[in-house]
Design a protein around this ligand. Structure first.
Ligand SMILES: [Ca+2]
Ligand SMILES: [Ca+2]
Length: 243
């Protein structure tokens, strides 16, 4: 029998952090419920602190499958502090920083950590629990709900500002002989059916959104500011959407 030789044995370890499902309500301005060719929305998520020290980031893409102009999107996020960026063609980016999920699934509602709250609700149908982002009421309804509401008017799709380039984008699509692609691009509220986009008759509304939002830039705020902004509150006594 051969003597045993010294060697090295590699042991594999896997650590997996708990993650929480976060349901987020996004309001898409004037997007019509009548047509079904909506551009995707992207939600970028970057963990800037907390957890096991592992950087986590990613992008979730959704096509709003909605009634009306509200989308409900879900992310799976581990404990930690996150920056979330909501992007959609035709809209300026909407950025929320300092969204902190604690190890116990509560979320921090004051940036200094002095206040935490349980926004966990259980879906009656599936029985699954999730964090209801922006719902500071106890009920799973639109009472005291804060919604992400990106500004509509970014016709050149830079996501950063509404400026002269956005006016030019729609203007060029409004002139006689404009191409189908140009017209569809300028239809930022997505009210033209794809097969009728060769007409520019429907672009007056889009120009009005550009002019209304002219001069605006990216919306960026901390999560605690978001939860205290009447502009983004629905239900209760307020119904503003910030744009
Ligand atoms: Ca722009
Ligand atoms: Ca339109």
């Amino acid at each position: 029998m051969e003597p045993l030789e010294a060697g090295t044995t590699e042991l594999g370890y896997g650590f997996k952090e708990n993650s929480y499902t976060v349901a987020i309500t996004v309001h898409y301005g004037m997007m019509s419920a009548n047509f079904n060719r909506f551009n995707n929305v992207e939600i970028k998520y970057v963990r800037v602190a907390g957890g096991d020290g592992t950087n986590q980031s990613g992008t979730a893409t959704y096509t709003p499958a909605i009634a009306g102009v509200v989308g409900r999107h879900q992310l799976n996020l581990a404990a930690g502090t996150w920056t979330l960026t909501f992007s959609k063609k035709g809209y300026l980016d909407f950025v929320i920083t300092d969204f902190t999920i604690n190890d116990d699934g509560t979320v921090t509602t004051q940036v200094d950590g002095s206040e935490k709250a349980t926004f966990i609700v259980t879906d009656a149908g599936s029985g699954k629990s999730y964090i209801d982002f922006g719902n500071i009421g106890s009920a799973n309804d639109n009472t005291d709900r804060y919604v992400v509401a990106p500004v509509l008017g970014d016709a050149d799709y830079d996501n950063l500002a509404v400026s002269l380039g956005d006016i030019a984008q729609v203007s060029n699509a409004m002139v006689a002989g404009a191409g189908t692609g140009s017209i569809a691009h300028a239809d930022i509220d997505e009210t033209l059916l794809a097969n009728t986009a060769a007409t520019n008759a429907g672009l007056t509304d889009d120009m009005s959104y550009v002019l209304k939002s002219f001069g605006k830039g990216v919306t960026k705020m901390r999560y605690d500011q978001f939860l205290n902004s009447a502009s983004y509150k629905v239900g209760g006594t307020s119904s503003g959407f910030g744009s």
